[in-house]
Design a protein around this ligand. Structure first.
Ligand code: SF4
Length: 479
């Protein structure tokens, strides 16, 4: 069985994960977050190549044999060289390096990461590559990580110099090289056998959330739904508790976790009267606000930074004391920077008084970032941010429904409190990541007008559902 860097990385996290990836890919749960990261990585690779226009792309992602031949041929040529995605194989392990540079006869391996700083597990990624590259006969002088510089501000004009910064991780990578052959041998045995009986534990999240958790820890109420209770969850797992309803209440000390346990065990809703009183005391007109934002690992708008949350859409439901409900919204699909227009339109729509109700701190953060970016709008945006009433901490402290299964995300709360609303039937956009994807597709010049219109309609419906749902939530929990 041939192994690759990604297989070794999976198997190092958990042998069962690797076994499932190879033998039971049907159990993989689609994860839009992973797709997004993949797209970020792809774009970053393009930019890295554009920064070294003399480099040679080996390519042939689906034909490793050809990639190996072309890599050998490229390396046989004399002088300084930069290769993108060169292929190497050693002892049945195939790797594709991101960048291999040769300068004055010395070779440097550069692993490209979309993260903004080196992480401990990156050393092992590089160790696998170093083991294979050096095993195949090429000595490496330097091993480095090229990662995103979060301080980079895009000057425009396609100038991405400074987007990437390099960190030498040769010492850490070389220290991990000896793990590679031992791990490869043990994983080959794992893959040749039956599904390993590895129990879920902290490794299911470290370094990456494992997509097989529902397979390994099935059930409606597994102990892992306890919020912010990593140590307790491990203790309960070690004591062979599988279902939260079987756990004795004395075992759970934290207040939030105890509420989840109590609601789950009794199957009934916990609602403190204080929550009702606080929500009833909100003044009018009430403004229910939600932003949709986009992040680019490679900024496309001048003056913006990598991963900056840039609002392109908002929805605002305005509820008056007499029950009248108005809706205002903003969505910019022009491809121009939408942030200033979004801010100005919101200030015009939201008026000067009444609470601005949000679910979580995100909207306040976005408003403060807009205030910093646009000094002429700073004062009213700060005033708007000061009017925010975030109902999420209130719900955390005073409400739990068994159907929420330990989560207070709006996507978990809304179907529990208002099952008639929920997020079904919303077209292609039913969560924040889908909203980002839809927006990116709208910006893509290859998307035709009809498709753009459909995606824009789905975005509007989704964002409006969030604010309408928030208003319904407050209404229902107010009694
Ligand atoms: S969920 Fe945990 S135990 Fe199961 S395969 Fe993934 S990492 Fe391994």
């Amino acid at each position: 069985m041939n192994l690759s860097k990604s297989k070794l990385v999976s198997g190092r996290q958990c042998p069962r994960r690797l076994w499932l990836e190879v033998h039971r890919p049907d159990l993989l749960e689609a994860d839009s977050g992973t797709e997004q990261l993949f797209a970020f990585g792809h774009r970053l690779n393009e930019v890295a190549r554009s920064l070294e226009p003399d480099g040679t792309l080996i390519g042939h992602g689906d034909d490793p044999g050809r990639a190996l031949v072309e890599t050998r041929a490229a390396l046989a040529q004399p002088g300084d060289r930069t290769l993108f995605e060169p292929a190497f194989v050693h002892e049945g392990i195939l790797v594709r390096a991101d960048i291999l540079r040769r300068r004055k006869g010395r070779h440097a391996l550069v692993e490209l990461k979309a993260s903004t700083e080196p992480k401990p597990h990156h050393a092992f990624d590089c160790a696998v590559q170093a083991y294979v590259i050096e095993g195949s006969g090429l000595q490496l002088g330097e091993i480095a990580l090229a990662h995103v510089n979060s301080e980079f501000v895009y000057p425009g004009g396609g100038d991405y110099r400074g987007l990437l910064c390099s960190t030498d991780i040769g010492t850490e990578a070389r220290a991990a090289v000896s793990q590679v052959p031992k791990l490869a041998a043990s994983l080959r045995k794992v893959l040749a056998g039956k599904e390993p009986n590895v129990r879920p534990g902290p490794h299911c999240e470290d370094p990456y959330p494992c997509p097989f958790i529902e397979h390994c820890e099935p059930g409606d109420y597994p102990v892992r739904i306890l919020p912010r209770s990593a140590a307790l969850i491990e203790r309960l797992r070690a004591e062979s508790y599988r279902d939260l309803r079987d756990v004795p209440g004395e075992a759970i000390r934290s207040r939030a976790a105890h509420r989840v346990w109590q609601a789950t065990r009794t199957g009934s809703v916990l609602l403190d009267p204080e929550l009702r009183a606080t929500l009833r005391s909100l003044g009018y007109p009430r403004h229910y606000l939600d932003f949709e934002t986009i992040r680019f690992v490679v900024p496309i708008w001048k003056g913006t930074r990598p991963y900056e949350q840039l609002p392109f859409q908002w929805s605002l439901h305005i509820e008056h004391r007499n029950g009248r409900l108005a809706h205002r919204e903003f969505l910019d699909t022009s491809g121009e920077p939408p942030m200033e227009k979004a801010a100005a339109a919101l200030l015009e729509a939201v008026g000067a008084e009444g609470p601005v109700v949000t679910y979580g701190p995100f909207e306040r953060t976005v408003l403060r970032a807009l205030a910093e970016r646009y000094p002429r709008l700073a004062a009213p945006l700060e005033q708007l941010a000061a009017r925010i009433v975030d109902v999420l901490p209130l719900l955390r402290a005073h409400y739990h429904h068994p159907a929420m299964k330990g989560s207070w995300s709006l996507k978990a709360v809304l179907p529990a409190v208002a099952p008639e609303l929920g997020y079904a039937g919303l077209g292609e956009v039913a969560d924040g990541e889908a909203a980002e994807r839809a927006y990116l597709e709208i910006l893509d010049p290859a998307t035709d007008a009809a498709r753009k219109a459909k995606l824009a309609a789905d975005l509007r419906a989704y964002c409006a559902r969030d604010t309408f749902g928030l208003r319904l939530l407050v209404q229902k929990l107010s009694g």
